[in-house]
Write a protein that binds this ligand. Structure first.
Ligand code: PLP
Length: 389
């Protein structure tokens, strides 16, 4: 529930007393609707406290945090890490990682464009627009099935000029919650190889989708197996709950160590006039957690707990709607994965939810499942039923 004394809600300033539910914001809440600080984060902070100085990090950020991030994305025993083929810098969370990459693309491949899925996280458009990289759309979502338009996606990959840049959501696609299956990823990777396209993975939800960071990195691992060079934006906002710490990592897999050194140096050159060097505190939390087997174990348990709660709420929402006798199919509610449920409701139906039931969400029908709890899921289901029957 959104209350003036509760967690921040985008809509409170409009309608402070009437808000019954806020399911717009992409930030995890517990089953009481409260923001969560993970226990592994609390413990990392206890260990850091009194032990850190406030010096600048190097321009590229914390070496330890980058090392741990690469292991998470590319695999603990990745040959690419051992061969030092990955250029990587700490970034200002996932957004900053995307923006650094977009600026890099503009500077070194000024004629290139970026293919962005329809739909996508709205900020992707802003990021590549402000970096002045021309944007093209590729087919992703199939409104009728509320699933993946795989044929359309493959067609667009085939029809793009050879060597195009594509932005791919590594897991838990925002806003649709629709991810390709492992088999589909293999086909996508194969077609990328044929066309010599460059995949840039935005991985804002590793661990948050399935509850297992290894499983959520599957798409990336498939592309690596197939010998692609890739780019990857990582964020610790959702999977460690470090939203405001702005902890993330940008990596680019290169031909060899020499190229990786050069690329890293250029990424640092782009970062230098923007913010000189990234913030230290979040990076220390991440490296303390991932660098300690006991704390990492606790994190894995906690991230699974968050993912499981969201998966449980998807089931509960579907069951409630079915119990109410909804004539519509709500299969997509549980087929989709991650923080968001792309409900398929029209903007007019969302307006009714807001005006009549004081439930706030984006007008594209996206429900942030993180805001759904055992205490409000029946209210939400009833309201959805009322506006969709
Ligand atoms: N990419 C996607 C797909 C997202 O959904 C988000 C956050 O909502 C981000 C990137 C960036 O998040 P942050 O900059 O907080 O890490």
């Amino acid at each position: 529930m959104c209350r003036p004394d509760g967690p921040p809600c985008l809509w409170l300033w409009i309608d402070p007393r009437a808000v019954r539910m806020c399911v717009s914001q992409g930030a995890y809440r517990d089953d009481n609707g409260k923001p969560v600080v993970l226990e592994c984060v609390r413990e990392a902070e206890r260990r850091i406290a009194g032990n850190m100085n406030m010096e600048y990090l190097p321009m590229g950020g914390s070496i330890k945090m980058i090392e741990e991030s690469l292991k998470l994305a590319y695999g603990e025993d990745s040959e690419f890490i051992q061969d030092k083929r990955i250029a990587a810098v700490q970034a200002l969370s996932g957004t900053g990682a995307c923006r650094l990459f977009a600026d890099f693309q503009k500077r070194f491949l000024p004629e290139s464009q970026i293919y962005i899925p329809t739909p996508t996280w709205a900020n992707h458009h802003n990021i590549w627009r402000d970096a002045q990289v021309p944007k093209r759309a590729f087919t992703y979502y199939h409104p009728e099935s509320r699933g993946l338009d795989f044929a359309g996606l493959m067609n667009d990959i085939k029809n793009a000029p050879d060597g195009s840049f594509f932005l791919l959501h590594a897991c838990a696609h925002n806003p649709t919650g629709v991810d390709p299956s492992e088999e589909q990823w293999r086909e996508i990777s194969h077609q990328f190889k044929v066309k010599n396209h460059f995949p840039f993975f935005d991985m804002a939800y590793q661990g948050f989708a399935s509850g297992d960071p290894e499983r959520d990195a599957k798409a990336i691992r498939i592309f690596l197996e197939d010998g692609h060079q890739i780019g990857c934006a990582q964020s610790y906002a959702k999977n460690m709950g470090l939203y405001g710490q702005r902890a993330g990592c940008l990596s680019i897999l290169c031909d060899d160590e020499m190229q990786a050194v050069a690329v890293k140096s250029q990424l640092q050159q782009i970062a230098r006039p923007m913010y000189s060097n990234p913030p230290i505190h979040g990076a220390l939390i991440v490296s303390t957690i991932l660098g300690d087997p006991e704390l990492k174990g606790l994190w894995l348990k906690e991230v699974k707990g968050m993912a499981d709660r969201i998966i449980g709420m998807r089931k509960a929402l579907k069951e409630n709607l079915e119990k109410l006798g909804s004539p519509m199919s709500w299969e997509h509610t549980t087929n989709q994965i991650g923080m968001f449920c792309y409900s398929g409701m029209t903007p007019e139906q969302v307006d009714r939810l807001t005006n009549e039931f004081h439930i706030y969400m984006t007008r594209n029908g996206r429900i942030s499942m993180a805001g759904v709890t055992t205490g409000n899921v029946a209210y939400l289901a009833n309201a959805i039923h009322e506006v969709t029957k």
